[in-house]
Ligand binder design. Structure first.
Ligand code: FES
Length: 314
């Protein structure tokens, strides 16, 4: 992910005590934004102390309107810098790094019915689904479980609130098995939220003998902090100290070593790097058990080192 452009913050809106919505516009008229597909995300780079913190965020604005991109960000109790900066420092007029949109969570258009289940800020990818589902005349319903985030606070949800297709669950947990059981054959289910919610839906689907091929999920995982270590990109002749708050990928990028990336959350497999020496602490959801045990590759967007030094084939 090296094709970053500049975006200017055009508006900052507080949607709840812990969620902010940013409206971004092109900083350079010669580099306009492009339309994107529903479920797309962008990577936002926010300058911090001696480094740029880069995280992926779902686009929530209508996909066919490239005049602006909107994202919504929850303030994380433990932040490496990105969410905290958005909530405390980022202001209208700031210029931030922005990647082009990429998509790992496209709806399955052939579905007879689309059932979207969101936990809290997990509503974000679905807000860009709604205009296209409506345009296609598709059958859909959206459930949000959140105590403090009100779906009606999102301007993107406003055109659909009267449809009766959106249900907000506050204190009560939806009965997942009952919800799935009343779906028509050919329904596809989309999940975005905590892992426990995803596991619960899959368990309910198994009990009802659903094919898990009809269950799709996006896990919005950001890299977690960890113990500092040294990384060596042998082919590039670069040695870099990876700080406690930055990811291995961010440290490599800071040193000018290019690594392909897409999700920056350990799920897409794009950033896979071969390891020549050292022991990785695997934190991704992409490698299988055999690959992890072999200690021959690592996903630098989320994984770190168990040893003091990792030597990479870069
Ligand atoms: S960028 Fe997707 S797994 Fe690392």
């Amino acid at each position: 992910m090296s094709r970053f452009m500049k975006a200017r913050v055009a508006a900052v809106d507080q949607l709840s005590s812990s969620v902010r919505r940013l409206t971004l516009v092109p900083a350079d008229e010669a580099s306009p934004f492009t339309p994107f597909s529903p479920g797309s995300h962008v990577v936002l780079g926010i300058p911090g102390e001696g480094r740029v913190c880069r995280n992926a965020y779902s686009l929530i604005s209508p996909p066919d309107d490239p005049s602006q991109y909107c994202i919504a960000v929850r303030r994380q109790p433990v932040s490496r810098g990105g969410s905290e900066a958005i909530h405390s420092r980022v202001k209208v007029g700031d210029e931030l790094e922005l990647s082009p949109p990429a998509n790992l969570f496209l709806p399955h258009w052939q579905a007879r019915h689309h059932l979207m289940l969101a936990g809290g800020i997990g509503i974000t990818p679905f807000l860009s689904y709604l205009p296209e589902l409506e345009r296609r005349g598709a059958s859909w319903e959206l459930h949000l479980r959140s105590q403090d985030l009100d779906v009606a606070r999102f301007p993107e949800a406003a055109p659909y609130l009267a449809s009766g297709n959106i249900t907000q669950h506050r204190l009560e947990r939806p009965n997942l098995k009952a919800l799935l059981a009343r779906q028509p054959a050919g329904t596809h289910v989309y999940l975005c939220g905590p892992q426990a919610m995803i596991d619960a839906v899959k368990d309910a689907a198994r009990e009802l003998h659903w094919s898990l091929a009809r269950i799709h999920h996006e896990v919005f995982a950001a890299p977690e902090p960890g113990t500092p270590f040294m990384a060596v990109a042998r082919g590039s002749g670069v040695e870099v100290a990876v700080g406690a708050q930055e990811s291995l990928l961010e440290a490599l990028e800071r040193s000018g070593v290019e690594v392909t990336s897409l999700c920056r959350g350990g799920v897409c497999g794009q950033c896979r790097v071969e390891m020549l020496e050292g022991e990785a602490e695997h934190r991704d959801a992409f490698l299988d058990e055999q690959e992890r045990a072999s200690q021959r590759c690592v996903m630098p967007c989320v994984s770190r080192a168990r040893s003091q030094r990792l030597v990479l084939d870069l």
